[in-house]
Write a protein that binds this ligand. Structure first.
Ligand code: IMP
Length: 230
């Protein structure tokens, strides 16, 4: 199979003999290119795993964007929209961006929109988790949820927002090595008491905040781009 590249669309073509014998419509597949406004390799891997080869997903680095995009809004919705708009405006790509928060009931929704910087500006996941566990010491009500908001910026359309939530609780002690961020301390409801970091990627994606928001994204993109291409 060879791949022809244009600005926004990748066209995969199989060998001519196969195309002639089975019909061109069946084998000419248009793959839309869209930027996921992140350089977090864990998030990219999760998204690519969920979406599969239905879209050509590019990271910020892959389009040459090394900007420190300001996340100055005080909501997940606001920050996701800033990132998606930044890429569309300055780089001219269709784009989606996500912002995720871990919202803990006993901490009045903290760390929430500050999840990445809970222990300071260094975006240090281990330090963030340690601070959370310190604040949750001796706290009986451990209910929490992860919430992801995805902002979608396509051509000149208004930004569209979609979200996904998973309910669960904060573990007494961290467990597991898979995943990233707060995964070792978050126990999703209905998954046998395992933390996200004790689950394999497909099991996490099937119930996770990002998995749920991404399912909405895929549905919306297939409406916008056309059913046959995604
Ligand atoms: P952001 O959306 O990349 O800004 O994520 C905010 C914070 O939540 C970061 O500290 C991430 O590590 C953490 N985070 C985001 N998604 C997940 C997840 O799926 N599991 C655990 N932590 C996450």
């Amino acid at each position: 199979m060879c791949t022809l590249l244009s600005n926004r669309v990748h066209i995969h073509i199989l060998p001519l003999s196969v195309i002639i014998s089975e019909g061109i419509d069946r084998y000419l597949v248009m793959l839309h290119e869209i930027v996921f406004a992140t350089n977090n390799r864990h998030k990219l891997e999760e998204l690519r795993r969920i979406i599969g080869d239905r879209l050509a997903i590019r990271s910020l680095a892959e389009i040459g964007c090394h900007d420190d995009i300001p996340e100055t809004a005080d909501t997940l919705e606001g920050n996701a929209a800033i990132k998606a708009e930044w890429v569309r405006k300055r780089y001219g790509y269709d784009c989606f961006a996500d912002d995720t928060g871990l919202e803990v009931d006993a901490l009045a929704g903290e760390p929430g929109v500050l999840s990445a910087r809970y222990a300071g500006p260094a975006h240090d996941s281990a330090a963030n988790m340690a601070l959370l566990m310190k604040r949750m010491q001796g706290v009986a009500d451990r209910r929490a949820r992860f919430r992801t908001v995805i902002a979608l910026a396509i051509e000149d359309r208004d930004i569209e927002l979609m979200d996904g939530t998973v309910y669960g609780h904060i573990a007494d002690t961290p467990a597991g090595t898979a995943g990233f961020g707060y995964d070792p301390v978050f126990v999703p409801d209905g998954c046998g008491g395992l933390t996200f970091a004790q689950m394999d990627a497909d099991a996490k994606n099937a119930v996770s905040h990002r998995g749920r928001a991404t399912a909405k994204l895929v549905r919306r993109l297939s409406e916008i781009y056309g059913q046959q291409s995604i």
